[in-house]
Design a protein around this ligand. Sequence first.
Ligand SMILES: *[C@@H]1O[C@H](CO)[C@@H](O)[C@H](O)[C@H]1NC(C)=O
Length: 368
Amino acid sequence: MSQHSLLLGLPLLILTITPAITACSPSDLSALLSFKSSLQESSIGIFNTWTGTECCNNWYGVSCNPDTQRVADINLRGESEDPVFEKLGKTGYMTGLISSSVCKIDSLTLLVIADWKGISGSIPSCIASLPKLRVLDLIGNSLSGPIPSNIGALSKLKVLNLADNQLSGPIPSSLAQMQDLRHLDLSNNKLSGNIPQNIGNLRMLSRALLSRNDFSGEIPISVTNLKRLADLDLSINHLSGEIPSQIGQMPVLSTLNLDNNFFTGPIPPSILASTGINILNISRNGIEGNIPDVFGPRSYFSVMDLSYNKLKGNVPKSLSSVKYVGHLDLSFNHLCGPIPSGAPFDHLEGSSFSNNDCLCGSPLMHTC
Ligand SMILES: *[C@@H]1O[C@H](CO)[C@@H](O)[C@H](O)[C@H]1NC(C)=O
């Protein structure tokens, strides 16, 4: 009898110990409480769960490393598929500041404070001292001021997403030290200056999204060394100079958006001959010369937008040999002559060719 009750008591003992194991280190607890106190969120009430001393237990968006019992993730998304949000049928809104106390949680590997719209102030520069950080995602707030100049000290960072804020100033040149960076999204801020010459050092980079800023200067040639870059978006900036022809030889590049800048010079033939690039937008620049007649049957373009440039000459015949063209836009140039016929052209409308100098033939109304 007494043996039985001993055996039954054992699991109970483990259960009562478990919460103590995953409680919260006192330093993490005080840092989290101080982080919370500089933010205000009442529409969902996520911080109502941040009470007591067991931050590893059911604090919304907080998770701990079970081995070290230290806080590993802070994952707070204002637009989330989380059932808490779906049930309330609304997205989050949070105001306040990102307190530098978050930098005291030196075991953090993931810091996501995303899509809360109203969080303002600057990114605390001490964030660069979080030695284990792999993901820093602050998209969709109202953060202003510079990207911390020492950000490159985050040597383990894989994802840096600061898009959709009001950040200003340059891309710190230290950024190129992030040997593990895969995903860089700085879109839709007020960043300015040149794209750092050393950006080609980011060996692992697969997405570089810099659109909708005030970047100027030329595309650094080192970008074309990025062997893993699949997505390069530099659209809606003030970039100028010629498009480096080596871009067309990048091994895995599939999306190239250079639209709405001040690029001049010709379209490098390698870009149109590329079999990897399938989204190409160079609309609204000062690109001049003929469209190179270099298309081949292995090319596949879901988007090819060359509109609003200074292109002249014919629509190249080889364009009708490509495997597929989804959205083609050659409008608002100075093209002339007959529009080639062939399968890739069958579904296109006149608007793809409108406002040129003297194009003729189907799908335009002018016969040749
Ligand atoms: C290409 O870029 C222009 C200018 O930014 C934009 O208006 C257009 O919608 C883009 N084309 C496509 C197909 O996305």
